[in-house]
Write a protein that binds this ligand. Structure first.
Ligand SMILES: [Zn+2]
Length: 423
């Protein structure tokens, strides 16, 4: 007999209305090529079958305790490295400096491979096992690649990771250590490399576990668990604003979907407004929001030249504009671009004021908050939560470039005394 708490879901294509069962192997609608939306058939809030709170199975590991809200049905397919369960930290000093009433940081750098992508790939690899795939593949600026490689290793699957030439050394080494087949393509554009990956995957039968909903509607669902945790950590009183770094846009869309789910379940009344932040040197999403571009335009107009230290979000296309643009619009949110200099300042402030060493792509959220305060978009005294998406140790070279050199000191008391008094 099936466990009544196992998720029941179906795939639906919003443009044409077609739907398929959870067993479907198609990554997109075969009728109109639309992206699938995953619909969960969980019991309504007033149903006597549902316990209070977010539907979950506490005995399952990592984020799989939220299994009823995730597109995985076979518990035997699950591989967990202890992802999720990240702390929500109060940043009182930084919050006061930025003029907000309360600033909290959801520290996703604590995930097993050092980035929030582990939430997605845990789901993606479970889905790959459910569908009996042996080889998974992604295009990545580093974080997705590391997550895919680690979870594939733990699951005994092969991983093909395509990266652009600009990937930092730390991320390359991390992916290689997990034993993945690392394909370093001599090109800077994620959109271009994605085309090569699509071709190779079709030729060789690899299962794409990209965090782009357009190419795999299941993987991104893992991002929803950030919001579930946030809701539980705030006793279901969510902040006024939720600020997230944006690459292809999918994470923003899934954060919003999770918020809508919580409201539909009757667990929260007031939802936060979403703000998406990109680096000024690669900001196609911000351009799309601020210039009112259509989903079609945003998903096809590539950013001409990538120039930023925030490589983890340097997507030159808004791959998931179909979920990201509605998330901003429907939440009454906004998007903002920040220059690298401000990102690096906030990276140092997070480390020196709050004890958190994050990668530049995470620090953009704080730089974005500062800009939105200056613009007056976020009011003084508002409550704000920023997502910190990746660990600073993944790209030490960028951080080192903004710090002074550390000179050697002679091994004598006199030299030590001169050195420490000089400080
Ligand atoms: Zn369709």
């Amino acid at each position: 007999m099936p466990d009544p708490r196992m998720p029941d879901f179906r795939l639906r294509c919003p443009p044409c209305g077609r739907s398929e069962s959870a067993d479907s192997r198609s990554s997109r609608c075969p009728e109109c090529d639309g992206s699938w939306l995953i619909e969960y058939l969980f019991p309504a809030a007033e149903s006597p079958a549902r316990a209070p709170g977010i539907p979950q199975i506490p005995r399952l590991p990592g984020l799989f305790r939220y299994l009823p809200m995730l597109p995985v049905r076979d518990v035997a397919a699950i591989v967990s490295l202890g992802e999720g369960g990240t702390p929500l930290l109060r940043a009182a000093r930084l919050g006061a400096r930025l003029g907000v009433g309360s600033l909290t940081l959801k520290d996703e750098a604590r995930n097993p491979t050092g980035s929030f992508k582990d939430r997605m790939l845990a789901v993606g690899i479970a889905r790959a096992r459910e569908l009996s795939h042996h080889t998974v593949a992604v295009q990545s600026s580093g974080n997705v690649g590391a997550s895919a490689a680690a979870y594939a290793a733990a699951a005994g699957l092969s991983a093909k990771i395509f990266v652009p030439r600009t990937v930092p050394q730390g991320k390359l080494v991390q992916i290689a250590m997990y034993g993945a087949d690392l394909v370093r393509v001599d090109h800077p554009s994620p959109a271009f490399i994605f085309e090569l990956l699509l071709w190779a995957s079709q030729e060789l039968g690899w299962y794409i576990v990209s965090t782009t909903a357009r190419y795999n509607p299941f993987v991104l669902e893992g991002a929803k668990t950030i919001v579930y945790e946030l809701a539980e950590q705030t006793s279901f009183v969510l902040p006024d604003w939720l600020i997230a770094p944006v690459g292809g846009g999918g994470n923003l869309g899934l954060l919003w979907r999770a918020l809508l789910e919580l409201r539909a379940l009757g667990l929260v009344q007031r939802l936060p407004r979403l703000a998406g932040v990109q680096a000024a040197g690669c900001a196609p999403f911000v351009a799309a929001v601020r210039e009112g571009r259509s989903v079609q335009q945003a998903g096809t107009q590539a950013w001409p030249q990538i120039d930023t230290v925030a490589g983890a979000i340097a997507d030159d296309l808004v791959f998931d504009a179909h979920v990201a643009l509605p998330a901003i619009r429907d939440s009454g949110g906004t998007a903002v671009a920040v220059p690298d200099q401000e990102t690096l300042e906030m990276q140092r402030a997070l480390a020196a004021d709050e004890g958190l060493f994050v990668e530049p792509a995470s620090a953009v959220a704080l730089a974005g908050l500062r800009r939105l305060r200056q613009e007056g978009t976020i009011e003084e005294g508002a409550s704000v939560c920023c997502l910190l998406t990746g660990n600073g140790l993944k790209d030490v070279a960028t951080a080192a470039a903004s710090l002074p050199d550390v000179p050697l000191v002679a091994p004598t008391r006199a030299a030590i005394a001169a050195r420490v008094r000089a400080r």
